[in-house]
Write a protein that binds this ligand. Structure first.
Ligand code: NAD
Length: 336
């Protein structure tokens, strides 16, 4: 049987990206919607064949516990709401897929992990690149010694932030600026590409506080990660330009992904010649999202831990907290 997902938050990502992906899934289906906008929810339900009885709002959300159609809740809300809606889902006896960044603080991440553990439910974070074919192939090449001994990792991630009133630019809702939203891709890639955990971080922030977009959150942060093997990771996160690149340098060659973590059009090559693009073998799903949605469904069926569990989200948030602290105190922060 396909497992049933309830999508919480019908915004740019939940409605625009995730909902249309169920048609590519083999083990997952869309069965319910949670939205504060009844007219929108009704329209979306009609379009995707969701019965009206399976439409919830943020008040009656806890009643999902009585709905056996729903196996998994997918939280696609602003970051400050992730913890509450994950914990309520766990208490309702549902498994959870929660978007990145996991929460506004590591303390909240821990509460989410604890709530799911206590309920005996799985918790996975929406790190879609772990299901993206180019990223998987780059990682395979790096880990199999294809560029020799890895020495250096670099990643820049950014986009141009727009409306100053958007929740992403409000600290209480986002937990932070570009680092939380887009820099997290560079950080997570540094960890999954090297297969190492950083032992220290050193960060420098620069933000034009006169820009109305950046009254509350940071624009640019550059951060350096030190890995146990001696690999240096050099990462940049920004809200004032578009950039999306991952580079791995070994003593026998280099791997580039540019763009590296986009929805589509990612490009991978090894060596200096960008014209020699590598076509990766297919990923685990028809698309990165189908791979992600079906992975959690299969983990539930087989009682396995997802490859990107809550602990993975917590690790990133802990490191991001250290990045912010390093930038603030202008010193290297050791990670424990
Ligand atoms: P969005 O603003 O487009 O959508 C947010 C949804 O939450 C909207 O439907 C909005 O109505 C609803 N909402 C409920 N209460 C709200 C409140 N108090 N304030 C604002 N909105 C409220 O945002 P989005 O881009 O869809 O992002 C949602 C989540 O998805 C975030 O965690 C984001 O980081 C994540 N995301 C992930 C990816 C990815 O590639 N994995 C891409 C985009 C967004």
């Amino acid at each position: 049987r396909k497992l049933g997902y309830a999508i919480v938050g019908l915004g740019g990502y939940g409605l625009g990206v995730i909902i249309p992906q169920f048609k590519n899934c083999q083990h997952s289906k869309l069965v319910a919607l949670v939205s504060g906008d009844p007219a929108k929810a009704k329209r979306v339900a009609a379009e995707y064949g969701v019965p009206e009885r399976n439409i919830y709002d943020y008040k009656n959300y806890d009643a999902i516990k009585d709905n056996p159609d729903i196996d998994i809740v997918y939280v696609c809300l602003p970051v400050s709401m992730h913890a509450e809606y994950t914990i309520r889902a766990a208490k309702a006896g549902k498994h959870v897929l929660c978007e990145k960044p996991m929460a506004v603080s590591s303390a909240e991440c821990q509460q989410m992990i604890d709530a799911c553990k206590q309920a005996g439910k799985k918790l996975m974070i929406g790190y879609r690149c772990h299901f993206e074919a180019n990223n998987l192939e780059a990682r395979r090449i790096a880990r199999s010694g294809g560029i020799g001994k890895l020495r250096y990792f670099r990643s820049e991630h950014g986009f141009t932030a727009g409306n100053p009133n958007a929740w992403r630019l409000k600290k209480a809702m986002s937990g932070g600026g570009s680092m939380m939203d887009i820099g997290i891709y560079a950080l997570n890639a540094a960890r999954y590409m090297t297969a190492e955990e950083p032992i220290s971080v050193y960060a420098k922030e620069t933000t034009d506080r006169n820009d109305p977009r950046f009254r509350e959150v940071e624009d640019m942060i550059e951060f350096q990660l030190e890995f146990p093997s001696g690999v240096i990771g050099s990462c940049m996160s920004m809200y004032s330009a578009n950039q999306n690149h991952i580079l791995l340098m070994g003593d026998k060659g280099r791997i580039d992904l540019e763009p590296g973590t986009r929805y589509d059009g990612n490009q991978l090559w090894v060596g200096q010649d960008r014209s020699k693009l590598i076509t990766p073998p297919p990923g685990p799903g028809a698309t990165q999202w189908a791979g992600q949605l079906d992975h959690l469904a299969q983990c539930i069926k087989q009682d396995k831990q997802p490859i990107v569990p809550g602990e993975e989200g917590l690790r990133d948030i802990r490191i991001i907290e250290a990045v912010y602290r390093s930038a603030r105190e202008q010193k290297r922060i050791a990670l424990v």
